[in-house]
Ligand binder design. Structure first.
Ligand code: 5BU
Length: 273
């Protein structure tokens, strides 16, 4: 695994342009924080993005929970992503046949391909879902070039998750098979030890995003299970994802700074800084 290397080193050698950008952003801002901005109006989303922008590497959205999604949402997000140098990750969790996910990703009501650098999918439907999303994003007519990438949902943080074992192994298989589009995984740990029937490419360097990060709480009443930034980064997270721990804190800016500091210190400890 490359998790002992610095983001700067990984940025230099990574074959995927979006992964390079992700590592460059982390290095430039000294942040491996992804804020999960699970608010329900465009105004709240853009306010959060603007206030937390300086301290985060990525903003993660659930765009379908907004009550007032519009052109203004897209324009606002894109403008703030440029202003604060962060990437956008729509946590849409595509999970359907290839023909359907292509239509859900590109065009449609939410126009996800237009504004979201990073998307994710489950491999429950099989290999075809990864093939379909890669095909759309890598088509010569696709207007957003190589500025798009996919994370495979290899594990989940909720109690009793069935994303384990053979499912997680298949996630690694398809990531390897479609490595030109797959940036890495949403997982609770580095997946280097997981059995895969596909050999790794030379210099393989998948990026791990870990959700369920919270400094104050162990979980919620609906099965969410939390770990701290230190624990997540220690287990292999390259980017830590925190939602309520940040946006529902009494002072979200102070909270974002706290997660940034703890996530960065854990990263420095891991790379031996
Ligand atoms: P929280 O408020 O930090 O619990 O929010 C966690 C976010 O991450 C929320 O948007 C979930 O939909 C998302 N999530 C998760 O919690 N666990 C998972 O395994 C995956 C996504 Br995948």
């Amino acid at each position: 695994s490359k998790s002992q290397l610095t983001y700067a080193v990984r940025a230099e050698s990574h074959p995927n342009p979006l992964a390079r950008r992700l590592f460059q952003v982390a290095e430039a801002k000294k942040s491996n924080v992804t804020v999960s901005a699970d608010v329900t109006t465009t105004k709240e989303l853009l306010d959060l993005a603007d206030r937390l922008g300086p301290y985060i590497a990525v903003i993660k959205t659930h765009i379908d929970i907004l009550s007032d999604f519009s052109e203004e949402t897209i324009t606002g997000l894109r403008t703030l992503a440029e202003k604060h140098n962060f990437l956008i990750f729509e946590d849409r969790k595509f999970i359907d046949i290839g023909n359907t996910v292509q239509k859900q990703y590109h065009n449609g009501t939410l126009r996800i391909s237009e504004w979201s650098h990073i998307i994710n999918c489950s491999v429950l439907p099989g290999e075809g879902i990864v093939e379909a999303l890669a095909q759309t994003a890598q088509s010569p007519d696709f207007p957003y070039g190589s500025d798009r990438g996919l994370l495979i949902l290899a594990e989940m943080t909720s109690k009793g998750s069935l994303a384990t074992g053979a499912y997680t192994s298949a996630s690694v298989d398809y990531a390897r098979k479609y490595h030109s589009f797959v940036l890495g995984f949403v997982a609770t740990r580095a997946l280097g030890e997981v059995e895969s029937s596909v050999a790794p490419a030379e210099g393989e360097d998948f990026v791990v995003f870990t959700t369920g990060v919270n400094l104050e709480s162990k979980g919620d009443k609906l099965g969410q299970q939390y770990q701290t930034p230190k624990s997540a980064v220690g287990r292999g997270a390259d980017f830590i994802i925190a939602g309520r721990g940040i946006y529902a804190a009494p002072d979200p800016v102070e909270a974002a700074k706290q997660y940034q500091k703890q996530g960065w210190e854990a990263y420095l400890a891991r790379v031996g800084g």
